[in-house]
Write a protein that binds this ligand. Structure first.
Ligand SMILES: Nc1ncnc2c1ncn2[C@@H]1O[C@H](COP(=O)(O)OP(=O)(O)O)[C@@H](O)[C@H]1O
Ligand SMILES: [Mg+2]
Length: 159
């Protein structure tokens, strides 16, 4: 559970530390306003980016070439066909093994984006305080399992 925007940002930072030098493909799913961009902001900043982290809703992808990390933050909400990704020339981003690729609305890119190491499902529970978000994580790769293990070692409140 993430009780505030600050906690969501802190979780993004903990995830960045758990990823470390490896590459990772992370799907961020959940409704509009669930906190996908907020979590991404915490992650991107923890890798050393000091400027703004804008939602890539209109640009589809926002690249961050940091001193020792490349991060590609996608928001596929406005994509009408997964194949459009191919024409946007994002192939190169998706081939880089050590890059971190974040995909908001991953289902819209089905078939054209790499498989996830981690899938994060965020939800705002309307019955509770609107600050409260729930987070569920699933993994289906060795890389994802390593990241989750690192996270469990450093991030105490996974309830
Ligand atoms: N616990 C929380 N985690 C993330 N965002 C929160 C939380 N509580 C409130 N918010 C607010 O909800 C909104 C989430 O927006 P955003 O991260 O852009 O969502 P998404 O990218 O999923 O559409 C922000 O305005 C943020 O301030
Ligand atoms: Mg967003």
């Amino acid at each position: 559970m993430l009780s505030s925007e600050a906690e969501t940002i802190a979780f993004g930072a903990a995830l960045a530390n758990a990823i470390g030098e490896q590459g990772a493909v992370i799907y961020l799913d959940g409704d509009l306003g669930a906190g996908k961009t907020t979590l991404s902001r915490g992650l991107v900043r923890a890798f050393g980016h000091s400027g703004a982290v804008k939602s890539p809703t209109y640009t589809l992808v926002e690249p961050y070439e940091l001193s020792d990390k490349s991060i590609y933050h996608f928001d596929l909400y406005r994509l009408s066909q997964p194949e459009e990704l191919y024409y946007l020339g994002v192939e190169d981003y998706l081939q880089k093994p050590a890059a971190v690729c974040l995909f908001e609305w991953s289902m819209k890119g089905r078939g054209e984006i790499p498989p996830a190491d981690l899938t994060l499902q965020l939800a705002a529970d309307s019955c509770e305080s609107h600050q409260h978000r729930t987070l569920a994580m699933t993994t289906c790769s060795d890389r994802g399992r390593t990241i989750l293990q690192n996270l469990a070692d450093t991030y105490a409140v996974l309830d």
